[in-house]
Design a protein around this ligand. Sequence first.
Ligand code: UDP
Ligand code: MG
Length: 327
Amino acid sequence: MDDKPYLSIVIPLYNEVESIPEMYAQLTGVLEQYGHPYEIIVIDDGSKDGSFDLLKHYHEEDPRFKIIRFRRNFGQTAGFAAGFDLAQGEWVVTMDADLQNDPADIPRLVDKAENEGYDIVSGWRVNRQDTYLSRKLPSKIANRMISDVTGVHLHDYGCSLKVYHRDVVKNINLYGEMHRFIPALASRIGVTVGEEPVNHRARQYGKSKYGISRTVRVFLDLMTVRFLLSFDTRPIHVFGSIGLVTLGLGVFIGLYLTLVKLLFGQNIGDRPLLWLAVLLVIVGIQFISTGLLAEVLARTYYEAQGKTIYVIREVLADPPVVPVAHA
Ligand code: UDP
Ligand code: MG
């Protein structure tokens, strides 16, 4: 029993007291049959309905059932992040506490990752049991957009049931409500992503913690992710190029107006073109300054966290060595 776990199941939970007994029973049943050593990490995200006392009861009976209790409600993403920090398993499985995901799918997903060499296997709720207008339609659009924008094509970003190799979850930082973007964020470190259809069930107890307003937040998060993915190591290339083009155009128009004034003696003070030239020059300089600031920020970001700008899969060297930044 004190084997290092092969599987870590990470489950954020907020006011789901009615679901806990069945969740525990179903999970334990599936995992014991699967036969690999495991741990279940439930993150009580500030529940106020007595969930914690019930979770504690199960923990006292079963040390593989671990609980992290937050001081207040920090959100599902924070729950995942805490679970990832604690997880010891080779594979980390995430899922919901409300029984909408089916624990019976876990062995298949993990086997697929292990046998087919994926770093991430994402559940795909082919038969999703949620309302159409407020859930399935926005999610369909979101999945298309996220896939196109990030270049990581998945049918179901929103499905919580996913399997990650430990290298993935130990190498990403989550903020805001970014958990649905983990496969896209992970593409930064170089990962292979697979998909597997999973069972989805209607919510039996309690109610959903999200409304339609989530769509807006997902959209804003997508912008951030896109930015982080493409620009984070060389922001000046992005801002700088736009800035140079804008500035160049402004200077060019300005020169033209100067010539018109000097050579032909025309009055240029009331020409709209003059305004355009001024605008372009100012905007151009702003873009370039933003790019330079972003360069400073990028350095702070990596150096403050002792991060490297690369992620290594393995090093072949005898005796074993690990590169250390600024060693
Ligand atoms: N959850 C959480 N903190 C929150 C909101 C939700 O830990 O602030 C948990 C919730 O208990 C559930 C999972 O996240 O286990 C998914 O939430 P929900 O079922 O409400 O989302 P939906 O399935 O309706 O999209
Ligand atoms: Mg749910």
